[in-house]
Design a protein. Structure first.
Length: 365
């Protein structure tokens, strides 16, 4: 393609440039014929382009910004410098503001974050928009803290949050980098927010922390058990030795196998079996009473304890191998009738028709 066909005379063909770059370079060279403009171009390159004056060595974004800046009158140029300085101060002093600025640049421009490369109108609108984002900073921080708490308490919820961010949030998992509306929508879609479920999550997290600490104490107290733990992780997992990286079911099975079937371990197992059994029976009672919210909360609590329930077969199974069954709650038996209410001997109805004789064949006249 000839240079004259793209309207960029004076640009050497040996450079691998886009059509847009060629047009911008040609325009800069034409403007440089004006000595005043040429001086302003040199000052601009010294301040923003590392002193490089050759337009062939600048990107199209830089050339656009330079042309917009140098074509402004002195008043507009001063306003642009003030806005650039204001944006840079916000970027240095406030991390949240800087994050909003980055997102705004990605959404409404080509991703360039240096404010000097943007026009005055863009900077003005960006400052107003980000100020609006920052006005609800208090509510935003509450939502961020709530999501972080949910991730700490429930590993399953953390996985669902990651999938949600991949699908709707461009893969960004840090809640502080999302807007308030996104966080509200995520909490509404992912749920749950009821207090009973959160109590169950906190209980599950507490049990997991206790198991992790028990594994660590076991390793400190007995070098043989520490080696057994290493072997167990090598055979039953990917070799991860940090107990905090394993779920509660894995830790319970490890403790049972490494610690053996001593009295203490048997007592712990029996206590856990009894606790699960009582929760399953309480849930079935709630279902019979049509208290479905209570039944769902109990099911969530059992699920966090690693228990799966089969309502059709009335059985349950935990992730550490325990099993059990539960039946419908027994209904009180009906009281036996009092003898005065139902007489032992009942009167028979009289016969209708037939013979009434005395003896076997005798007839009465």
């Amino acid at each position: 393609m000839a240079l004259d066909d793209i309207g960029a005379p004076g640009v050497p063909a040996k450079y691998d440039l886009t059509d847009e770059q060629r047009k911008l370079i040609s325009l800069v060279k034409e403007n440089q014929r004006d000595p005043a403009w040429h001086t302003r171009w040199a000052d601009y390159c010294h301040e923003n382009g590392e002193g490089t004056r050759d337009p062939l060595r600048h990107s199209a974004t830089f050339l656009k910004a330079a042309l917009n800046a140098l074509d402004r009158n002195p008043d507009d140029d001063q306003k642009h410098r003030d806005l650039v300085q204001q944006v840079k101060e916000y970027q240095k002093s406030n991390a949240a503001w800087n994050a909003h600025w980055s997102r705004h640049c990605e959404k409404f421009s080509d991703g360039t974050r240096d404010p000097a490369y943007h026009e005055t109108s863009f900077l003005d609108s960006a400052l107003k928009a980000i100020q609006g984002y920052m006005n609800d900073e208090g509510e935003h921080m509450k939502l961020v803290n709530r999501i972080k708490e949910m991730q700490r308490e429930d590993p399953t919820w953390r996985t669902r949050w990651a999938d949600y961010c991949t699908e709707y949030g461009e893969g960004t998992r840090d809640p502080s980098f999302h807007e308030t509306s996104f966080l509200k929508r995520a909490l509404r879609d992912l749920g749950p927010e009821d207090e009973e479920h959160r109590k169950g999550l906190r209980s599950s997290a507490s049990n997991h922390a206790m198991l992790v600490q028990e594994i660590k104490n076991m390793q400190r107290s007995d070098i043989k058990k520490q080696q057994k733990w290493v072997d167990y992780c090598g055979h039953r997992s990917d070799g991860t030795l940090d107990p905090a990286q394993h779920d509660a079911g894995f830790l319970r099975r490890a403790l049972r196998e490494i610690a053996g079937s001593g009295r203490r371990q048997e007592s712990v197992t029996n206590q856990r079996h009894q606790e699960i059994q009582l929760l399953c029976e309480a849930r079935r009672t709630a279902q019979r009473a049509r208290a479905f919210d209570r039944a769902d909360a109990l099911r969530t609590m059992l699920w966090n304890m690693g228990v799966e329930i089969n309502d059709k077969k009335r059985v349950w199974r935990s992730d550490d191998g325990l099993t059990g069954s539960f039946d419908d709650p027994a209904e009180p038996a009906a009281p036996a009738p009092h003898y005065n209410e139902r007489p032992y001997f009942e009167e028979r109805p009289p016969r209708r028709g037939g013979f009434s004789g005395r003896g076997r064949g005798g007839l009465t006249s």
